[in-house]
Structure formats: structure tokens, C-alpha cells
Design a protein around this ligand. Structure first.
Ligand code: NAD
Length: 421
């Protein structure tokens, strides 16, 4: 991520017109007029037709910008694609509080993905496992012949591990190929390699290969982000304590942890989608990682520092890239990466992990104070007003009345609308 000397701290961004917001983002990210215009255009139908099968059309979702993010001492505007109200506002608010103490500090491990080869009917499991390791160099060489680009970039197949698993079908071997996928998500790269290795691995083990496919539990590709949330801005140390009580439930109870982590994924999926990455892969990896110790738990941790401020940390696998997949061909995904000024998959992972932490902080903070509905309701009320048939300036009027009455319901919206008319 390059520092461009411009600030992402923009107060009142939400009050501006779409045009004004576009001007600010254009200036921040040095976009062209053509770039900006393309935000108004759906993707080309011919492009859509090459992306998936049986295409009928395209489906639009809102693209918003989260402001105030400062990550590893650089300011960034974060594009988010999401259908749920409050997500962008909550992330921006959390980032505003985090930047008081310097913003987010994020890091990633090497981008190692795992490819699996499943082997059955092996006559001598222990010898077979040893023989795979003896042939490691040859196997890595064959794997690397599949992707010269990756190897030339310093990536490629790096290591092999062998696991022996008990199963209802008897003992089986699962061979793991560890591949440094550099700036790619890596699924195609890894799948090509494990498919190429399968015949030789079968020969070595004298068994039978079944599956040869990437694992979405990308636990060798971990992103971590931390931030300090200012106690005074949160409303005092008693609010920090309330926050920690709320968080504790997520740390011990899978029922709460699922909702807690869903809140994290609100932010993560939105950035992952905006960059054309595979949100299902990220979701699968995140939830499997959350259960890695045998019980599903929170992906974040919180504690108090010596001054009573709240410290938050997130740790999760992030299989995302800036080259390959849909992100390289979807024009808005390309633009979203340009807005963030990122030059590597690591840059993107640092941002995504920070947004996940921000989103989680915002949700638990709201739950520990005013509750989640207050923030949700004003935008939700507008949706309800539109569902009731309100048009133009009627939408605002009906929504305001619904919020004022604290009863955001469709039947009441219809009554208000008919009185208004
Ligand atoms: P890809 O094959 O489109 O691009 C990756 C390739 O780009 C690399 O193999 C390399 O040859 C080349 N490359 C050029 N510059 C590079 C750089 N700087 N760093 C790394 N590689 C570079 O994409 P991919 O990332 O291998 O696969 C991603 C796609 O696979 C996603 O669309 C995903 O949805 C899909 N997929 C996912 C799964 C799964 O998650 N289980 C399974 C199959 C496919």
C-alpha cells in the first residue's frame, strides 16, 4: 500500500451527495473521469457471460466507501460491496475511534495455500508416508513445472507434509502440498499442481488417489490486525468493561460466537466482494479456523491495556489475491483495488483483516451500549417506506416518522403514507 499523503479521515462523508463523494474519492485515489463514470455502469453482459454459465443479466449491489481507516501508518479509503445497511457506517465509525491511537497494525504470513491428495488402499501406510517424503524434491519439481510464472515471482510449491488419518474406510494418507501463491488467491494454481502430482504419488504409495483439491482451511496464510480503541471516546472505562463482558460470551459460547463472527464477515465479505475475490472461500476458511481447537469460538480477542483502553486483535486465514480470478476482469473490482492503492495480496489482506476487526468492534460496542437496532433503524426505515410505496421525498418523511415512533413496521408505514397523501 502506497502512502499518498492524503487523509482518509473525512467527517460528514455520509451527508454528501453521491457526486460529491465521487469527487473526493477521485481526488484521493487519482482516478480518471472514465473511472468515476464506470461506477454508474453495470458490467458488460458479454463479460458476465464469460464469468458464469446460463447468464440472463447482471445483479447490482451498492458499493460504498468506508472512511477514516489508517492501517500500518497509511490512510486508505475502503470500498465495500454489501446489501446490508449500517455496515459501511459502522466500519467508518470504528476506524475513526481506532485512529485516535494510530489506527490498525496488520501483518500477514507468507501466502501459503494447501493442496490435498487423498490416498486409499495403501498396502503399507507407514512406508508409503516415508516414501512420499523421500521423493519430496522430485514432487516439488513436478509441481513447480506447472506454474513457471509463480516460481519466477519467488512463489511455487515449497513443501510437502503427510498425514495419516483413521476413517470408517480404514487408514488413509492425505498428502499436503504447500504452495506460495504470491499475489493470487491460488485455487487454480494449487489444483493444477495436485492434479499433476497425483499419478506419481499413487505410484509411490502403491495406493489409489481419490481427491486432489485445494483446502479452504488456509491456516498457513494468516492475517492479523490489532488496534487500540480509546476508552474516553467509547464513553469511559465502564463501557470498556461492558464491552469485555459482551465479548466474553463469544469466546466461550458457539451460539454467540457464530453471530459475533458473522459481524466480522459483514466487513470482510464486503471488501472481498468489492475486489472480485471469492467470499465463500474466505468464509469457509474463517469458520473452520474458528473451530480449530475443537470448539467454535471468536475470531477476535479483546483486553484492556494499562491505561484502560480497549485493545482488539483479529486473526484469521485470508485466501485472497489481487491477480487472477474475477478480480482481474471485473472493471469495478479493478477500480476498487486502485482506490486502495494496493500493490500486493498482502496489502489487501492487511486491509481486510483491519476491516473485520473494525466491524466486530462496532457491533459489540453498539450491543454493549445502545443496542444494535438504533443504528440499523434509520436506513431500514427507508427500505420499509419504499416497500410501502413511498416515492421521492415521501421516503424520508415516512422513514423519519417510523423512527420517531420507534416502530419500523410495514403496516404503520402504509398508514403514514396514506395520511401523508
Ligand atoms: P488464476 O489461476 O486466475 O491466477 C493465478 C495465476 O496467475 C498464477 O497461478 C500465476 O500463474 C499467475 N500470476 C501472474 N502474476 C502473479 C502474481 N503476482 N502472483 C501470483 N500469481 C500470478 O487464479 P487463482 O488465484 O489460482 O484461482 C482463483 C480462482 O479460483 C477464484 O476465482 C476462485 O473462486 C476459484 N476456485 C476456488 C476454489 C476453492 O476455493 N475451493 C476451487 C476452484 C476454483
Amino acid at each position: 500500500m502506497q502512502e499518498n499523503g492524503k487523509t482518509s479521515k473525512i467527517s460528514g462523508f455520509y451527508k454528501l451527495s453521491v457526486e460529491k463523494r465521487r469527487e473526493i474519492v477521485k481526488d484521493f485515489a487519482d482516478l480518471s473521469d472514465t473511472d468515476i463514470e464506470s461506477f454508474s455502469r453495470p458490467i458488460d453482459i458479454q463479460l458476465a457471460d464469460t464469468m458464469i454459465e446460463n447468464v440472463l443479466g447482471t445483479f447490482e449491489l451498492p458499493l460504498g466507501i468506508a472512511v477514516n481507516f489508517r492501517i500500518n501508518d497509511k490512510d486508505v479509503l475502503v470500498p465495500m460491496v454489501v446489501e446490508e445497511s449500517s455496515v459501511v457506517a459502522a466500519a467508518s465509525n470504528a476506524a475513526r475511534i481506532a485512529r485516535i491511537h494510530g489506527g490498525f497494525h496488520a501483518s500477514v504470513t507468507d501466502p501459503l495455500m494447501i493442496g490435498q491428495i487423498q490416498l486409499l488402499d495403501i498396502p503399507d501406510i507407514t512406508t508409503a508416508a516415508e516414501d512420499i517424503i523421500k521423493q519430496k524434491e522430485k514432487l516439488l519439481q513436478i509441481a513447480n513445472e506447472q506454474d513457471k510464472i509463480l516460481v519466477n515471482l519467488g512463489g511455487g510449491a515449497k513443501d510437502i507434509e503427510v498425514r495419516i488419518l483413521n476413517s470408517p474406510l480404514g487408514k488413509m494418507i492425505v498428502m499436503h502440498l504447500l504452495v506460495d501463491v504470491r499475489d493470487a488467491m491460488g485455487a487454480n494454481a494449487v489444483n493444477t499442481m495436485v492434479e499433476a502430482l497425483a499419478p506419481l504419488v499413487q505410484e509411490i504409495t502403491k495406493g489409489r488417489v481419490r481427491l486432489k483439491i485445494l483446502s479452504n482451511l488456509a491456516d498457513r496464510r494468516i492475517a492479523t490486525a490489532t488496534a487500540v480503541f480509546d476508552k474516553e471516546t467509547m464513553g469511559g472505562e465502564n463501557i470498556v468493561d461492558s464491552f469485555l463482558e459482551s465479548y466474553t460470551l463469544a469466546s466461550i459460547d458457539p451460539y454467540r460466537a457464530a453471530t459475533h463472527n458473522k459481524g466480522i464477515m459483514n466487513g470482510i465479505d464486503a471488501v472481498v466482494t468489492a475486489t472480485g475475490n471469492d467470499s465463500r472461500a474466505v468464509e469457509a476458511g474463517a469458520h473452520a479456523y474458528a473451530a480449530r481447537q475443537g470448539q467454535y469460538t471468536s475470531l477476535t480477542r479483546y483486553w484492556k491495556d494499562e491505561k484502560g483502553n480497549l485493545v482488539g486483535e483479529i486473526e484469521l486465514p485470508l485466501a485472497i489475491g489481487i491477480v487472477g480470478g474475477a478480480g482481474s476482469i471485473h472493471p469495478k473490482a479493478v477500480l476498487c483495488k486502485k482506490i486502495m492503492n494496493i500493490t500486493s495480496a498482502n496489502d489487501l489482506s492487511n486491509i481486510v483483516a483491519s476491516v473485520g476487526l473494525a466491524q466486530n468492534f462496532a457491533a459489540v460496542f453498539a450491543l454493549s451500549t445502545v443496542g444494535i437496532q438504533k443504528g440499523h433503524m434509520s436506513l431500514h426505515a427507508k427500505n420499509i417506506a419504499m416497500m410501502a410505496g413511498a416515492k421521492d421525498d415521501e421516503i424520508e418523511k415516512v422513514a423519519d416518522q417510523l423512527v420517531k415512533e420507534g416502530k419500523v413496521k410495514l403496516d404503520r408505514a402504509k398508514e403514514i403514507l396514506s395520511t401523508l397523501r
